[in-house]
Ligand binder design. Structure first.
Ligand SMILES: Nc1nc2c(ncn2[C@@H]2O[C@H](COP(=O)(O)OP(=O)(O)OP(=O)(O)O)[C@@H](O)[C@H]2O)c(=O)[nH]1
Length: 280
């Protein structure tokens, strides 16, 4: 059995995939569990990476997904994405990293791609004061499209700490004020890059599991719904789609079944719980 989810059309690794307007991910992320078999669920998290031009967003994604670093600066035009799969609590989670152009001229294109994101990374550079000052505004832009989602502020280029134009105190104060986790990275030296995405994936995984359990618990909010819809919550859900997977021309993305035999004991336990809950 397959679940169809209307979402943004995207092509693996290509720049600026076409976007379709999409009610599912605009404000209310809802899943119809009655039409979904647990085997069909593949956990995927959409993460948007934002920040001024030249702070290292593309480099960070390349480092994380391909393990490479290049000194060349190639301005991102529009939007691009890469993905990587990691394991959280014994379950495979696909992290889709959406790289957005930092230049304001691309704002009207990029903001459309924030929609449906379950987590965000706000990046500034240790050597670029303006990029630090812009963090609040980047957060606001993401929130406009996604409400409150797990967010990390990344201070990149800490290998250049001697040329820092922002004090440690200032950065910590801002992170507290915006209620975001702060992680200092050097993409060049490969310091803390993986921690950023593991932190966000873990956070999203927890939120999704809570939501899921509430929706499927006997007498829980899910059982009250005639349609079996997951109740709307301001917390993010991990979406069960992958932009690399087969899509139809109308922007419908078809889920692929989870790999056979890949289930860990945690995943198996979840399957048992789901079966008990009578999910078809
Ligand atoms: N020293 C140092 N340089 C870095 C680091 N991360 C990225 N850079 C360099 O910073 C420059 C800009 O990096 P990009 O990844 O292209 O920046 P971006 O944020 O994607 O820029 P836009 O596409 O314009 O939004 C490149 O020359 C990178 O090599 C780092 O951790 N340390």
């Amino acid at each position: 059995m397959r679940l169809l989810i209307q979402t943004a059309t995207a092509t693996s690794g290509s720049a600026a995939p076409a976007l379709q307007s999409n009610s599912l991910y605009s404000q209310q992320s809802q899943y119809n569990y009655t039409s979904m078999r647990e085997d069909d669920i593949e956990l995927a998290i959409k993460v948007v990476i934002v920040g001024n031009g030249g702070v290292g967003k593309s480099s960070m994604i390349q480092r994380y997904c391909k393990g490479i670093f290049t000194k060349d600066y190639k301005k991102t035009i529009g939007v691009d994405f890469l993905e990587r799969q990691i394991e959280i609590d014994g379950e495979d989670v696909r992290i889709m990293l959406w790289d957005t152009a930092g230049q304001e001229e691309f704002d009207c294109i990029t903001k459309a791609y924030y929609r449906g994101a379950q987590a965000s990374v706000l990046v500034f550079s240790t050597t670029d004061r303006a990029s630090f000052d812009a963090i609040k505004e980047w957060k606001r832009k993401v929130e406009n499209e996604c409400n409150e989602i797990p967010t990390v502020i990344v201070q990149n280029k800490i290998d250049l700490i001697e040329q820092a134009v922002v004090s440690a105190d200032e950065v910590e104060t801002l992170a507290k004020m915006l209620n975001c986790r702060l992680i200092r990275t050097s993409v060049k030296e490969d310091i803390n890059v993986a921690s950023v995405f593991r932190y966000l994936a873990t956070k999203c995984h927890q939120l999704m599991t809570q939501s899921y359990e509430q929706a499927t618990a006997p007498g829980g909010s899910g059982s009250n719904s005639q349609q079996g819809h997951m109740p709307y919550s301001s917390t993010p859900n991990i979406s069960a789609f992958s932009p690399t997977f087969t899509k139809s021309s109308n922007g419908t993305i078809v889920l692929r079944p989870a790999k056979k035999g890949s289930g860990s004991s945690a995943a198996r336990k979840r399957k048992i719980v789901l079966k008990k809950c009578g999910i078809l």
